[in-house]
Design a protein around this ligand. Structure first.
Ligand code: PLP
Length: 357
């Protein structure tokens, strides 16, 4: 099948093959990866190598810690304000889609929130114009979503932070697909199930400065506690971290972050070119300057034609092309693991469908 699911999405095929071959008798120990104690040396080698390789791929500086947590990106919506939003402060949000709305809603349980910018009135077809210098002086942080999975928009560049306010970024759907300038991000988080492995582990990258400023509170949701214990405060999702480790091996074998960036650009260019040259048959949802290299969203002339397109696509083995239930239409998610040949096959099918309609 050609897997274009929005998440969980495909895992690189060499990773699946390697997992099949080595995970059930890991390092000839007689135990499967998921049977290892998280306190064992064998498991620790997986855990710390996965962290180190994420650091290497994303060039994460030494003043930032990498954590493996659970609860998905969704738990980060509340964990970030629980640790950093104090009385008298406001959590400042850029609304660029449904996930940023959800993040802001969760934060409102912990304190005041403010909206710095929003493109809701344009049905989130573009990244909102945003000027950090307009953030309230008492902002605890500015929160943005780097890639909007549902609407298919992406910050082409993460804004340069000219303020003293820390920036928090939800990178769930584009982590490990492009280079990050860490001078402009103080806390990043992402569920692994799109670009970094399988569901179960959430990657958090956080500066030590922030860790030092976190509010006291329950240890289970305390960033400093998890950092202190190197993400072994409680049982980590060992199987999911193992797959993340294999995904980082695969990224390093395939050109590292530059390789992933080029791969994403080549695949998304292919689809956007087809959409732009279809005489309006396929209509991209995102404005050209905000297009995502991870989720390509488009519509056809009417819902009847869309249904026919999606039904035929499913018959031909194209999986997950329906848009998110909240917006409809079509969406091709082309995360790192999607081979370029699968995008070529999708383009051929789209051309063929158009020529017959
Ligand atoms: N943020 C973004 C941008 C997402 O795309 C998603 C899931 O698709 C989430 C957050 C929620 O992630 P999780 O399901 O890991 O909680």
């Amino acid at each position: 099948a050609y897997n274009f699911n929005a998440g969980p999405g495909p895992v690189p095929e060499p990773v699946l093959i390697r997992a099949r071959d080595e995970m059930f008798n890991f390092e000839q120990s007689g135990a499967a990866v998921m049977e290892l104690s998280h306190r064992s040396k064998l498991y620790e080698s997986i855990h710390f190598q996965a962290m180190e390789q994420i650091r290497q791929i994303l060039d994460v500086p030494d003043h930032m810690e990498i954590l493996f947590l659970q609860g998905g990106a969704t738990l980060q919506f509340s964990m970030a304000p629980r640790n950093f939003l104090r009385k008298g402060q406001t959590g400042t949000y850029v609304l660029s889609g449904s996930w940023s709305e959800k993040a802001e809603k969760e934060a409102a349980y912990f304190g005041d929130t403010s909206i710095l910018s929003s493109s809701k009135e344009a049905n989130y077809a573009h990244i909102p114009d945003t000027d950090y210098s307009q953030a309230p002086d008492n902002s605890a942080y500015i929160h943005l979503t780097t890639n909007n999975t549902i609407f298919g928009t992406q910050w082409q560049d993460i804004p340069v932070n000219t303020t003293e306010i820390p920036v928090f970024a939800d990178m769930s759907s584009d982590i490990l697909s492009r280079r990050i300038d860490w001078t402009n991000v103080d806390l990043a988080y992402a569920g692994a199930q799109k670009n970094a492995g399988i569901a179960g582990v959430t990657i958090v990258i956080i500066s030590k400065d922030l860790l030092a400023k976190a509010e006291d509170g329950p240890p289970s949701t305390s960033y400093p506690v998890h950092a202190d214990k190197q993400s072994l405060y409680h049982t980590p999702p060992t199987g999911a971290i193992y797959i993340t480790k294999l995904v980082t091996d695969w990224i390093l074998e395939n050109g590292g972050i530059d390789g992933m960036e080029q791969r994403a650009k080549a695949k998304s260019d292919m689809l956007y070119r087809l959409i732009d040259n279809s005489d309006g048959f396929f209509r991209g949802h995102a404005d050209t300057h905000s297009r995502s290299s991870m989720n390509v969203t488009f519509r056809l002339e009417n819902e009847r034609l869309e249904k026919q397109f999606l039904d035929e696509a499913a018959d031909k083995g194209f999986m997950g092309l329906n848009g998110h239930r909240s917006v409809g239409g079509c969406r091709a998610s082309i995360y790192n693991a999607v081979p370029p040949e699968h995008v070529e096959a999708l383009c051929s099918f789209m051309e063929d469908f158009r020529s017959r309609s």
